[in-house]
Design a protein around this ligand. Sequence first.
Ligand SMILES: [Zn+2]
Length: 201
Amino acid sequence: MSTQLRKPYVTPYAEESLDLPLAFEWAAEGPRLTYRDALPQERMFKVLWARCGTARAGKILWHLVHTLRQRRCMLRGLCRVCGKSATDPDTGRISWIMPAALAGDFRSPWPTAHPPTCKAHVGEALTACPYLRREVPVVCTVGDYSPVGVLANLYGEDDGGRVVETGHQIPVGLDEPHLLNRALATQLIVRVTDLQPAVQD
Ligand SMILES: [Zn+2]
C-alpha cells in the first residue's frame, strides 16, 4: 500500500473501535436490539446502528468501513475518499463507481453499499479501496438514489440470556421490521436509479 495515498474518508481507524454494550429491550413490536446506554440518535430507519468513534486516530483499518461516515456519504451523496460532495455542479449528476456486473444493465435500479466517488478521486479510490478492487469496476454517474436497506449483523439471545451474533453482514431491507429489530446496522444500502456510464474527459 503506497503511503502517498490519502486515507479514505470511509475507512476507519483502530481508535474508533468502541465497545458495544448490546442488550434486548421490549418495544411495542416485541424484543428489540439496543445498547444498555442507547442514545435516541443511535437508531435510524428503525434499526440500531453500530457505535463508533470519530477520532480518526491509530492504525488505519483498510479492510473495514466506518459505519457513520459511510452512512453520511450515502445520505448526502458525499465522496468515499474526501468526504465532499460527489455531485457534478454542471450536470447535477453524482459520480459513482459500480461493479461491472451491476453497471452492465444501466436501465435497472441497483442496490449498493459503496458510497459515491467524486470525479477527482476516481483513480485514487480504485487504487486504495479493497472493496472496489475486488470487483471489476465501471465509472458511472447516477441521477438519483434512495435508501433501501442496511448491511447488518444479526443478534439473538442464548439460553443464558447473553446477546450473541447469529448472522454477519447480512443485507436487510428497510421493509423487514422482524429482522431490523435484531440487527446492528453497519452500512446503509441505497438503490441507484438513472445510472449512466461516465463521459470520459
Ligand atoms: Zn473526493
